[in-house]
Design a protein around this ligand. Sequence first.
Ligand code: 5RP
Length: 294
Amino acid sequence: MPEADASEAQKNYHLDVPQTSDAFFLKGSNCYDWGFKNRLARIFNPASGKTVMLAFDHGYFQGPTTGLERIDVSILPLAPHADALMLTRGILRSIIPPTVRNSVVMRSSGGPSILRELSDERIAVDVEDAVRMNVAAMAVQVFIGGENETQTVHNMTRLVDAGNRFGMPVLGVTAVGKELTRDARYIGLATRICAELGAAFVKTYFVPGFETVTAACPVPIVIAGGKKLPELDALQMARDAIDQGASGVDMGRNIFQSDAPAAMIEAVRGVVHDGMGAAAAHELYETLKAERDG
Ligand code: 5RP
């Protein structure tokens, strides 16, 4: 027989403490189910409301990208500095140990290589396999204005439907074709369409007038880093993006192609999570780099 429970007199119901029911901390994300929100809270730090995602999925269309020739050597040591890892399932299963503490945002569209028309993508991961890998979100590329616009939007909406069945958020990634202008009007159009059609958060490029893009997008936006810039310029871009409403960065080349990738990602964290200015973050970068080289 189990021991009898304590008597009513010994119990404490904290009758003077009302149970709280807080709104979820992320923009536009209050109406999702528990598992969906839990996944988002593993990507975005609930304390700052922001995220530093490390993107190294470039190989899915361009093979061994500079800095990603050996992900086990160059990227794994950076994992403890990132909130989330953005990668492909091939790299997850072949290189990333299941003991990492990061959340995983999985590249889930693909097909064409850099040798072909890039927008001709299909869904590349089944949501059931994403759940099996304990993924926190699935990322799909959307080419608004591109040759295969409808097909790529359809890829995203099908993943949103599949994801909703499992509590799996979808990240809409706005791709920019060669022929499209990268300005606030275009980025505002592309990000808004992703949100309207069900993306839980959107990844796009920082452009002048970015505050209008974030204002018009009802879900969080994270910025891609884009081509490698001098470290100070990349940190300034991150600062400007956060100041203009971004909820974080999903940065690749500006981290892993830096002379000191660990120092750079720490500096980016300073900007995103700790409110550092670009100059102070750059000083942190130089200090950490010197420590490494010293
Ligand atoms: C490719 C991607 C990449 O993950 C993205 O471009 C981020 O990397 P980078 O900061 O190097 O631009 O989404 O479509």
